[in-house]
Ligand binder design. Structure first.
Ligand SMILES: Cc1cc2nc3c(=O)[nH]c(=O)nc-3n(C[C@H](O)[C@H](O)[C@H](O)COP(=O)(O)O)c2cc1C
Length: 259
């Protein structure tokens, strides 16, 4: 074949494309394991941070293995399930799978999420063998985005020990102030449920009056971000209520918090 022929040109182009595609797919396949490992480590870090156990120096995997027992909960009954590995379980994917989700009736959909997975992971945090906290995943709509986070509760299952979002798309400086450590620190010690076990926690508009009897259920609003603040109240009330972790919390109160 002559060097300048059409056939030669196509052959060279084909070979270049073939080699490049091998390189790209090889790199993607090689990086997949690393991506999965990074996602797992991020999950470990997010849970440990809400439980106030994150330490820059610490070996995250060792800390996780020593302190955290992940379990999967069937939300409708509140019972533990061994159906799947709770760490590998993809709650977001399950929420959009008709085989694995529940469509939330509009009048119950406080978090504005339309569907939820039937199972959810919970993370029991141990200190000297005893369970000192339980971390629950929560999510729901703010103004612009769905906020994803965790709330950590004391063994009484109503006192907050930590709260925070690890993913959202709210405006920095407005709704994005959900990440402000000063705002987050207010949550510690707040009560999420009333005496009957109903969700009572509220991000108020404005500041909490510390003299008010309701102050223990309230957190300051985010200024200029009423919609995000309302979203946080609503998503917590949904996830701590009857269609969320309510049956689990009730069961654990009856049985005593266990893994
Ligand atoms: C560019 C832009 C970004 C905004 N981002 C947010 C936000 O992230 N969260 C929020 O609740 N309100 C946000 N707002 C404000 C809302 O539009 C709305 O005015 C506000 O929620 C009312 O709250 P306020 O009563 O505290 O002012 C934004 C407004 C503008 C113009």
């Amino acid at each position: 074949m002559a060097n300048e022929s059409v056939g030669r040109t196509f052959l060279v182009a084909f070979l270049v494309c073939f080699v490049c595609s091998l390189l790209v797919s090889g790199t993607a396949a090689g990086l997949r394991a690393k991506k999965e490992r990074d996602a797992l480590l991020a999950q470990y870090r997010n849970v440990l941070a809400v439980a106030n156990l994150m330490d820059r120096e610490a070996d995250v995997t060792a800390l996780w293995q020593e302190r955290i027992t992940p379990r999967l909960v069937e939300l409708a009954t509140g019972a533990y399930s061994d159906a799947v590995d709770p760490v590998a379980y993809d709650q977001r994917r399950a929420a959009s799978d008709p085989q694995k989700n529940r469509v939330i009736p509009a009048e119950q959909d406080l978090a504005d999420i339309k569907t939820r997975a039937r199972f959810a992971p919970v993370y029991l945090v141990r200190a000297d063998g005893e369970i000192g906290q339980v971390v629950l995943p929560v999510h729901g709509k703010g103004l612009w985005s769905t906020l994803y986070g965790y709330i950590a509760l004391a063994p009484d299952l109503k006192t907050v020990t930590g709260f925070g979002f690890y993913e959202h798309g709210e405006t920095p400086g407005l709704g994005g102030e959900v990440d402000n450590p000063r705002w987050k620190s207010q949550w510690v010690g707040k009560q999420v449920l009333d005496a009957e076990g109903n969700p009572r926690i509220e991000v108020r508009k404005g500041r909490v009056d510390p003299a008010s009897p309701a102050a223990r259920f309230q957190v300051d609003g985010l200024s200029g971000a009423t919609m995000t603040s309302r979203g946080v109240t609503n998503l917590l009330r949904y996830w701590l209520g009857a269609d969320g972790f309510g049956p689990y919390l009730e069961r654990m109160r009856a049985e005593g918090l266990h893994g």
